[in-house]
Design a protein around this ligand. Structure first.
Ligand code: HEM
Length: 432
């Protein structure tokens, strides 16, 4: 698929079963088409099975109403109130790593997944879970992403009858039931927690705001509440964990960049072991550029799709109604006609004076408006908190790869390093 996008530029077409998929790679086309077509392509029906019918997969009508109801849960004010939750879980992660993972090679992905899961749970739904529930949920999400991604690009598996005959289809159904049951239990726990409380005693967070719409104002059904909760849990955890994991590989491979980030952190904190504040985060500009560069090379969501719901002429080509538009973010982010030496890890591409030379529509780790990621600021702040905490405490000495070229990855719904995220850490604390 990715090879095809590279070969047939700027517009390509591909039949998967009976579905016509059109790929575009020119930034100006991508910008125009993502503004014009808001409905998700039919591949998202498959994603719906594992994710529920929340913002990511919803029809345009439903999406507009829900986005308007949800978006303020991610505004600057609410976000700043979440920062202490990010700090708490970043410190818990650093302590776990300190205890058991210094100077041994380990796969950092599951550690970040646990951390991002705890962050979303405590900030958006105000609950904590034990490690058994956490592990179960993470395994479900990882496996359902894998199964769904596999189905998406397999022509025969597009045909429901054939798909339903296979054993993985049953596995996905069982996992989806498990996830929905888990989310329903969350809703029941919150309902119980809020019982008998006045409105002003209930914390204003994502789930409580949606519960008000459902049970007090009766605008939403319980199913909509469950779908959106399921979506936020899935969308906010794995993507951030993957980005953090790739970032650590980048640090191991590019020691000079890591050192520069450490110097930036040292200028802000010196020897002081104090918690990160919002003011500190604003000063971490090189760290931010390094995260952006990681997302350029390894965009957690490597491909997005829209439904072409009317015939559309693009540069003399007809995009026929009923076809699917696929935007291969991972290909555009490595396009040598846009990015000089694309496989070079260079955070300074994101210096304002450099980035302004890049056309709009060429960099889109969080998608493009209006149907872009609702949690992009949440993700950026939480990554800065977690990664700065880790880099203040540890040096990433090495990883299982020596270069970006060596990192083979699989692309389906999310991007994933085929051989994992093995890294080795060394403590920076003098007494250890
Ligand atoms: C590094 C982390 C993340 C990346 C790279 C990422 C990327 C994306 C992308 C590319 C989309 C557009 C998908 C499409 O067009 O089909 C998206 C949508 C979405 N993301 Fe994220 N995301 C991240 C973190 C988060 C977080 C932390 C949350 C929530 C707390 C979140 C919630 C959502 C939701 C709800 C949508 C659907 C938005 C809509 O259609 O209105 N994401 N994300």
């Amino acid at each position: 698929m990715m090879e095809m996008c590279k070969k047939y530029k700027p517009i390509g077409k591909l039949w998967v079963g009976l579905d016509l998929m059109i790929t575009v790679t020119q930034p100006k086309d991508i910008e125009l088409l993502t503004e014009t077509f808001l409905d998700k392509s039919q591949q998202y029906k498959v994603i719906k099975e594992g994710l529920g019918d929340g913002l990511i997969t919803a029809s345009v009508e439903k999406w507009k109403l829900h986005r308007e109801a949800i978006i303020h849960n991610f505004d600057e004010n609410i976000l700043s109130s979440y920062t202490k939750v990010f700090v708490k879980h970043a410190k818990i992660l650093a302590n776990t790593l300190k205890k058991d993972y210094v100077k041994t090679r380990f796969d950092v992905y599951w550690k970040f997944f646990g951390c991002t899961f705890d962050i979303i749970c405590e900030s958006c739904i105000d609950l904590n879970f034990d490690s058994v529930q956490q592990n179960q949920y993470m395994l479900w999400i990882a496996r359902s992403t894998e199964i769904t991604g596999h189905r998406l690009f397999h022509p025969l598996h597009q045909i429901d009858i054939l798909w339903d005959l296979g054993s993985v289809s049953n596995e996905l159904t069982l996992i989806s039931w498990g996830i929905v049951k888990f989310v329903r239990q969350i809703v029941a726990r919150i309902k119980f927690q809020n019982l008998g409380k006045n409105q002003d005693e209930i914390p204003q967070n994502f789930i409580n705001n949606l519960m008000t719409l459902t049970y007090d104002k009766k605008i939403w059904t319980e199913e909509e509440l469950v779908d959106e909760t399921q979506t936020i849990l899935a969308a906010g955890t794995n993507s951030t964990a993957l980005t953090n994991s790739f970032f650590m590989l980048m640090m191991a491979i590019h020691q000079d960049v890591q050192e520069k980030i450490y110097q930036e952190l040292f200028t802000i904190f010196g020897e002081d072991n104090r918690d990160v504040t919002l003011e500190d985060l604003a000063q971490m500009t090189y760290l931010e550029r390094s995260i952006k560069e990681t997302m350029r090379l390894f965009p957690a969501v490597p491909i997005i799709g829209r439904s072409i719901d009317k015939d559309f002429i693009l540069d003399g080509y007809v995009l026929p109604k009923g076809s699917s538009l696929l935007i291969p973010i991972a290909v555009v982010h490595r396009d040598p006609s846009i990015w000089k030496i694309p496989l070079k890890f260079d955070p300074d591409r994101f210096l304002p004076e450099e980035f302004q030379k890049i056309p709009r529509g060429a960099y889109m780790p969080f998608g493009l408006p209006p149907r872009n990621c609702i949690g992009s600021k949440f993700a950026m702040v939480s990554m800065k908190v977690v990664l700065s905490t880790i880099l203040r405490n540890f040096r990433v000495v090495s990883c299982q790869y020596r270069s970006i070229e060596e990192i083979k990855f699989r692309i389906n719904i999310l991007i994933k390093a085929t051989n994992g995220y093995g890294i080795t850490l060394e403590s920076r604390l003098k007494q250890q």
